[in-house]
Ligand binder design. Structure first.
Ligand SMILES: NC(=O)c1ccc[n+]([C@@H]2O[C@H](COP(=O)([O-])OP(=O)(O)OC[C@H]3O[C@@H](n4cnc5c(N)ncnc54)[C@H](O)[C@@H]3O)[C@@H](O)[C@H]2O)c1
Length: 326
């Protein structure tokens, strides 16, 4: 059955890939975005409702016009470092405004709600692989904002809302059709920065911290292709539709494989055929030394498994960075 889905943050990096995956699955994505960080060119698979998730009247208007049965909520600010410097921005935009959106979803009888959470909610890892049962102990205001929204969704489950928080590990890569990809300003993510440095399209990369308790001293991360992430959202909606009562579940979305920042830089250089110019800098406050996911639950419950490895992610990133609108 064709489902109308309000996709907040649908003009952003991951949101645009989610809109594409929904359209390909036969659903109807409505992109709800301020375009503060997103891009008009990324809205290709349904109408744009330009609006803020904190604007109750604008939300009511959009819900009344399109009558979505589901919401996928990706809108938010995404920079860990900025959240340490300006926590109030994250409390306001990511937490308070998410509450306004959740209230609107309840008012308009939305049945299924999928939230973009993050592996950063786990904080400092107590185990090699992080399962959903790992304690939630955020070490940055950004991560805390994600934990707070998950908590709100758990609390409103009694009102009948079925929700899933998808805890992404590091999203990377770009869609195969070449028309959407990562375009943050400023860009803070490793693979696009490394690709730009290798291609001579950006400055030398700064490696943030080499004294972490990891094998080579740089942070270890789990990279997951954005198109695999998008597929998981479609599956999560299907999973929620199969539920009969309100409730909230969290799912890790990663690859289960960790690569250090140094390894990812070396791999980018190898694939680009040119080394990645880089310098070494201090740690960035709020960063965990290692975040690698146990994705057993998403595999067994959602029938999801990542299809595109780090090499594919780097190849797609290099291709996208050469041709993206700047
Ligand atoms: N990129 C990653 O690796 C990663 C990892 C974990 C979680 N996430 C989460 O996934 C989501 C999407 O991330 P992304 O990388 O696509 O970021 P992005 O910045 O590309 O997209 C976010 C979008 O949200 C919009 N937005 C922000 N505040 C808004 C508001 N108040 N009202 C309406 N629209 C608003 C922006 O304009 C932008 O288009 C975010 O919630 C992020 O925290 C991302």
């Amino acid at each position: 059955m064709k489902v109308t889905v309000l996709v907040t943050g649908g003009a952003g990096y991951i949101g645009s890939h989610v809109c594409k995956a929904l359209a390909e699955a036969g659903d109807k994505p409505i992109c709800y975005d301020t375009l503060e960080k997103g891009h008009g060119w990324a809205v290709q698979w349904g109408p744009l409702e330009k609006g803020d998730i904190g604007d109750k009247a604008r939300l009511d208007e959009s819900f009344a016009r399109h009558r979505p049965r589901a919401v996928i909520h990706l809108a938010g600010y995404i920079e860990v470092g900025e959240s340490v410097r300006q926590p109030e921005r994250y409390l306001h935009n990511n937490v308070a405004k998410s509450h306004t959106l959740i209230e609107a979803a309840l008012r308009h009888d939305v049945e299924a709600f999928v939230f973009s959470s993050s592996c950063s909610v786990y904080g400092l890892p107590q185990t090699d692989l992080l399962a959903e049962t790992h304690p939630i102990a955020p070490i940055s205001p950004y991560a805390e904002s994600k934990a707070k929204v998950e908590d709100a969704l758990t609390k409103v489950a009694g009102r009948g809302l079925r929700s899933a928080s998808l805890r992404y590990f590091n999203a990377a890569g770009a869609d195969a059709d070449g028309t959407i990809g990562e375009a943050h300003a400023p860009e803070t993510h490793l693979l696009p920065l490394a690709a730009d440095a290798a291609l001579g399209l950006g400055p030398a990369l700064t490696l943030l911290g080499t004294d972490y308790p990891t094998p080579d001293g740089s942070c270890v991360r789990d990279y997951v292709h954005v198109s695999d992430l998008a597929d998981a959202h479609v599956r999560a909606l299907g999973w929620l539709n199969g539920r009969t009562a309100g409730g909230h579940e969290a799912f890790n979305l990663g690859s289960g494989i960790g690569y250090s920042v140094r390894q990812a830089i070396a791999e980018t250089g190898r694939i680009a055929g040119r080394s990645v110019p880089h310098t070494v800098g201090p740690r960035r406050p709020g960063d965990s030394p290692k975040l690698v996911g146990d994705v057993t639950k998403a595999k067994s419950e959602l029938g999801w498994s990542p299809q595109r490895d780090l090499v594919a992610q780097i190849e797609d990133t290099l291709r996208w960075r050469r041709q993206m609108p700047r």
